[in-house]
Ligand binder design. Structure first.
Ligand code: SAH
Ligand code: MG
Length: 208
């Protein structure tokens, strides 16, 4: 990883989200390296924090980032759960709505021409998807069903030589839920991937 400070198109601390700056930097650098292969896709946009890091790399490499989310939040974002943010609640819908926040982030970052917002459910979209990807970031639902569904659904779309990034990989269960860690282990055990980087709870794997 380079030591030069990363210049982002907005103050990233003003964007709500769950990404450590060191993880964001690693995502940016990995996305930039993979960009010549093909476009990037992320599962789990939320308010756009990771989209700013990956999207900045895609902008510079003149490729696209598809940013997928149903924008209704994961389990842990719902009312009464640990990561609920009342500011993201849409009272008319009676549901969370992070889409306006993502749009605002992308406009402020000048990334509307680079980050393509895809509103929908990950697994259903994966079945209809056709574009080969150079970079794939899995940061969606954390149930085993969601995490495994994202992995199984999207891996076929990742090119050989492309990079798979997985967030919230916690080897110690005391630090967080297990499904992303189990998916990470499954990827390594499959012989389809080799690990190329690890920063905090982020893991970077290359598709062989
Ligand atoms: N990458 C973001 C954080 C994502 S949080 C950041 O950097 O801040 C996880 C997101 O995954 C939530 O916004 C939730 O709505 C979304 N999500 C959960 N399950 C999903 C599914 N099945 N399909 C699409 N999006 C999903
Ligand atoms: Mg995460």
């Amino acid at each position: 990883m380079t030591e030069t400070p990363l210049s982002l198109p907005l103050d990233i601390d003003t964007v709500k989200g769950f990404l450590d700056p060191a993880e964001g930097r690693a995502l940016h650098d990995a996305a930039l390296a993979a960009a010549p292969l093909g476009p990037a896709l992320e599962i789990g946009a939320y308010c756009g924090k990771s989209a700013v890091y990956i999207g900045t790399a895609c902008r510079d490499a003149k490729t696209l980032l598809f940013s997928v989310d149903h924008h209704r939040g994961s389990e842990e974002n719902q009312p009464g759960w640990e990561y609920h943010d009342p500011e993201l609640w849409d009272p008319e819908a009676g549901a969370l709505d992070t889409l306006p926040h993502l749009r605002r982030t992308l406009r402020r970052a000048g990334l509307e021409g680079t980050v393509v917002t895809v509103v929908g459910r990950s697994v259903e979209l994966a079945r209809a998807w056709g574009t080969r990807l150079g970079f794939l970031f899995i940061d969606g639902g954390h149930t085993m069903e969601a995490a495994l569904g994202d992995y199984r659904g999207w891996i076929p779309h990742l090119m050989s030589g492309g990079t798979l990034a997985i967030h919230d990989v916690f080897p110690d269960p005391a630090d967080g839920g297990r499904p992303p860690f189990e998916v990470y282990q499954r990827a390594l055990a499959s012989d389809l991937f080799e690990e190329i980087g690890a920063v905090k709870s982020l893991r970077l794997l290359r598709r062989l």
